[in-house]
Ligand binder design. Structure first.
Ligand SMILES: *Cc1c(COP(=O)(O)O)cnc(C)c1O
Length: 450
């Protein structure tokens, strides 16, 4: 009989170490402040949120921060903020969470997808440049799975073509590229602060910018009770406080109060995670076929290691798929490993075919010249198409406790050493996204979690 737990052998770890992964880390101060917001009946004000914004802007090194009720709406406001509108195109990598770019459709714009670098999973600058058309207005740069995007190349291309740059920092709050903080490169950055992210305050999002006009537009778009801050007297008279977007993006102040506390400990938490993840990777560095994805530039990091992915080389394990290898690992330790990443968005009809708002034609083409073929513009994206079979996620250790991380290292060695025994149960069904597959397996679905 095989020694592998998946095939009836003994587990490496009898019981999963839940406390090593529990997230977010909630301290007494967080509990106290959220109780105070509730007992004060101050959930819907903006006094605490404004304080949170001031401190967030200072931490981020930006002039303005504007809190939102979630990251999706912060990103939508950023797209509105730069003036993305009817007939414009915005370029985004195909492999990201849908909220990075889907809101462009509501503004009358279209999304054109570009490919990723197969080694870093970040935007491939050459593919980005190849997708630029006369209609391209902006690029949405995602620092995907905590890794910084190649900002030198991206900013140079954007400058050459006169494009606006938005950063989606939902996966990498507090991260750096060559010594400079993520979220400070583009015209504007927006990010999720929801409970599963590295900066977790509940539902919440933040927009940051140095540009007064972008800030003004974002307020006008979805913050009816703050319009007076940014409107002239004439505008106030004309609009009577009605927000342009017809939206309400205000943050819940329990989230803001928790955010103020999280700011105090965020840098320490991500430093601890960094130590833990590096300890794990040091322990498995001798295993051929598993490659950590980590930035090579000086001063770049992988802040928080949110949803971190690594490269899995199927050929190094005799053809065993990442799905099966992952199942074997989780059988050893009770969970923590995952396979695949997001479904490539260029496979979704939403960006090409769906008539969402009843224009009588696909929404993405509602304001486009007839001959524009958005699918062809996105071109073929071979790295995006293949990515889900090539990557896995390592356990997200929140505490650097070597004795408790060691069993996970041991499990990797064990499964790698016995990998070929897994061929008898090899799951070779092609996958288009890690999440879609977890549904197929009948596991609890995490929806299309970021
Ligand atoms: C989570 C996420 C978002 C959306 O943020 P919410 O707070 O869930 O609305 C946007 N972009 C990326 C890359 C994300 O992971």
């Amino acid at each position: 009989m095989s020694q592998l737990a998946l095939l009836g052998g003994r587990k490496t770890l009898e019981k999963a170490d839940e406390a090593l992964f529990h997230w977010p880390i909630v301290n007494d101060a967080m509990i106290a402040v959220q109780t105070k917001v509730l007992t004060d009946g101050n959930m819907s004000g903006t006094d605490i949120s404004r304080r949170f914004e001031d401190e967030f802007a200072a931490w981020q090194g930006r002039k303005y921060a504007l809190s939102h009720n979630n990251g999706t709406n912060a990103l939508n406001a950023a797209m509105y903020g730069i003036g993305l509108g009817p007939g414009d195109e915005i370029i985004c990598t195909s492999v990201t969470y849908w909220a990075s770019c889907t809101g462009a459709l509501a503004l009358g714009a279209a999304v054109v997808f570009c490919d990723i670098d197969p080694d870093t999973l970040q935007m491939d600058p050459a593919s980005f440049e190849a997708r630029i058309t006369p209609r391209t207005k902006a690029v949405m740069v995602v620092h995907y799975m905590a890794h910084p995007a190649p900002m030198d190349e991206i900013m140079a291309i954007a400058k050459r073509h006169g494009l606006r740059v938005i950063e989606d920092v939902s996966h990498a709050q507090g991260g750096h590229y060559k010594g400079r903080m993520l979220g400070t490169f583009g015209d504007v950055a927006a990010m999720s602060l929801m409970s599963c992210k590295s900066f977790a305050i509940g539902e919440g999002g933040m927009l940051v910018t140095d540009d007064a006009e972008i800030y003004r537009r974002a307020v006008r778009f979805g913050h009816y009770d703050r319009i007076a801050d940014v409107y002239s007297d004439e505008e106030m008279k004309a609009t009577k406080n009605v927000p342009f977007g017809g939206l309400k993006n205000r943050m819940h102040q329990v989230s803001a109060a928790i955010g103020l506390e999280q700011l105090k400990k965020h840098d320490d938490e991500i430093a601890e995670i960094d130590r833990a993840m590096k300890y794990f990777w040091k322990g498995v560095s001798d295993v051929k076929g598993l490659t950590v994805i980590y930035p090579k530039d000086d001063g770049s990091d992988k802040a928080g290691w949110y949803a971190s992915r690594f490269l899995y080389d199927r050929d190094a394990f005799g053809g065993v798929t990442n799905v099966t290898f992952c199942a074997a690992l989780n059988a050893e330790v009770g969970g923590g490993f995952s396979f695949g990443c997001n479904m490539p968005l260029h496979l979704s009809s939403v960006f090409f075919d769906e008539d969402i708002y009843g224009h009588g034609k696909p929404t993405a083409r509602a304001f486009m010249p007839e001959d524009v073929d958005l699918r062809a513009e996105s071109g073929s994206l071979p790295n995006a198409d293949r990515v889900n079979g090539r990557v896995m996620g390592e356990p997200w250790f929140k505490h650097c406790d070597p004795a408790r991380i060691d069993p996970y290292i041991e499990a990797v060695h064990k499964v790698a050493a016995h990998a070929e025994e897994l061929l008898s149960v090899n799951d070779t069904t092609p996958i288009i996204g890690g999440i879609a597959l977890s549904k197929r397996k009948g596991k609890a679905s995490a929806d299309n979690k970021a």
